[in-house]
Design a protein around this ligand. Structure first.
Ligand code: CMC
Length: 428
């Protein structure tokens, strides 16, 4: 294959280098386009064809349904690793040794206290506040308690910032839930594993001894692994672009949490369960909702279906579907919504509209069913996604800073009014 691409504009030919990724992906390097053409740009709404960076963290092949973190298949990691090992792998590039893993966990535990003044900020929120807004705001507020920005040239400073945010985000998440429930705040128990401790911080009651259930701990661990990174998605691109102005790690992550909140991204897991509930309440007629989703005059979309990158199947959805069956069986739960989900998926997958557009169930389609079985309240579903995605955001932020990427600042094609004279108020 030629190593350059040719662009012809008004009879002038311009040559651009072609970059080849480690999985033989081809990318035309147009970074000098404006300079050599005297101002021509490209336009690509939603960045559907744009590689915003070179990254060595996650490989995704949407056509083949492949997802690998640092070269390791998601299926293998979900089965054999635990969440903190995966976090270490994503952030630092290699699976930790036994000693590194132990130290990593211990260092996170040492940072798991959150300044009690953060509670005063939490107190200011109404109980009705959505926990994603609360967690995003509190994460940003952490910057005020850790005012020095990370020295990215110091491995030690970077490591300390990483363990700090991994330690504190679960506390903030649990607090957002406890505030909504009117429960006293809780700091967990450092003798427990990361996921088990999070569950204790969520569900411990002042008048009962908290008993953890290994089925729930393992299922949540697996879900967090499946969500841990997904290359340049909306929230991760937000984290990278916020961080590219040299905004701090916590502030950048707070921006990522806000981006994740939307129903087209992480907020879909809440939207899916609400949609399934609506279908159930409406008598369980899937076909009606399939028709609504296909109707271009109806804004309704089948939540949990479709993906910008996966055009065959979402490997995470495959694993979660099996896990949902196992968890419900293990916990002895019979959730009628799972039958609706299965039925809806079956009908959609054989419908020409969905087939021709390559719309398949995505990660969010079945995750809400497991979260609900694990006792996680619906408004907290997207917060669970954020906890899972945290290592990915950190890894991508760190990579962006270590690669000394320039500030993210796209161009635009201006289509507004051309210059005109000011019109006095009485003449408008
Ligand atoms: N229901 C009905 N039609 C759909 C859906 C859907 N869920 N998703 C896409 N389409 C149609 C869309 O109307 C368009 O049709 P046409 O070509 O006739 O105009 C075509 O499929 C292509 O859709 P698109 O909006 O151009 O695709 P996109 O890559 O911009 O959007 C998406 C991807 C995930 C935002 C979209 O599929 C969607 O809104 N899905 C529902 C929300 C959802 O489940 N989001 C979670 C994504 S996975 C977790 C995550 O990454 O956060």
């Amino acid at each position: 294959m030629s190593k350059t691409a040719i662009l012809e504009v008004d009879g002038k030919r311009y040559e651009f280098p072609i970059l080849i990724g480690s999985e033989n992906e081809v990318s035309i390097d147009i970074s000098k386009l404006r300079t050599i053409t005297g101002g021509i740009t490209t336009i690509d709404p939603g960045f559907k064809n744009t590689s915003s960076c070179q990254s060595a963290i996650t490989f995704l092949d949407g056509e083949k349904g492949i997802l690998r973190y640092r070269g390791y298949a998601i299926e293998e990691l979900a089965e054999k690793a635990d969440f903190l090992e995966v976090a270490y792998l994503l952030i630092f590039g290699e699976l930790p040794t036994k000693e590194q893993n132990k130290k990593f966990h211990r260092d996170i535990q040492k940072q798991s206290l959150v300044d009690t003044d953060v509670q005063k900020i939490l107190d200011g929120f109404p109980k009705t506040a959505h926990p994603m807004g609360v967690v995003s705001a509190l994460t940003s507020a952490l910057t005020a308690f850790n005012p020095k920005s990370v020295n990215v040239d110091s491995e030690e400073a970077m490591y300390n910032a990483v363990v700090k945010i991994l330690a504190k985000l679960p506390v903030l998440a649990a607090w957002a839930y406890r505030k909504e429930e009117g429960l006293p705040l809780e700091y967990g128990d450092n003798s427990l594993g990361y996921v088990e401790n999070f569950l204790k911080m969520m569900f411990d009651l002042p008048n009962e001894v908290y008993k953890s259930n290994p089925v729930i701990v393992n299922a949540l661990d697996k879900l967090l692994i499946l969500h841990a990174d997904h290359e340049q998605n909306c929230s991760t691109s937000t984290v990278r672009i916020a961080g590219s102005s040299h905004a701090g790690l916590f502030a950048s992550i707070s921006a990522g949490i806000s981006a994740l909140w939307g129903p087209l991204h992480g907020g879909a897991n809440q939207a899916v369960i609400e949609m399934l509930e609506d279908i159930k309440a409406d008598g369980g007629d899937f076909q009606k909702y399939i028709e609504k989703a296909k109707d271009k005059n109806d804004p309704f979309r089948l939540m949990g279906f479709g993906h910008r990158v996966y055009k065959n199947f979402d490997p995470r959805a495959k694993i979660i579907k099996v896990a949902a069956d196992e968890v419900l069986a293990d916990l002895g739960i019979d959730d009628p919504v799972l039958d609706i989900a299965r039925g809806l998926a079956e009908v959609a997958l054989s419908d020409e509209y969905f087939k021709s557009r390559n719309l398949y169930p995505n990660v969010d389609f079945y995750s809400g069913i497991i979260y609900r079985a694990l006792g996680i309240p619906v408004p907290m579903f997207t917060v669970m996604f954020a906890l899972g995605r945290l290592p990915g955001w950190i890894a991508q932020w760190r990579e962006m800073r270590l690669n000394k990427e320039p500030i993210g600042r796209p161009r635009q094609l201006y289509v507004g009014a051309t210059e005109r004279a000011f019109v006095a108020e009485n003449k408008r």
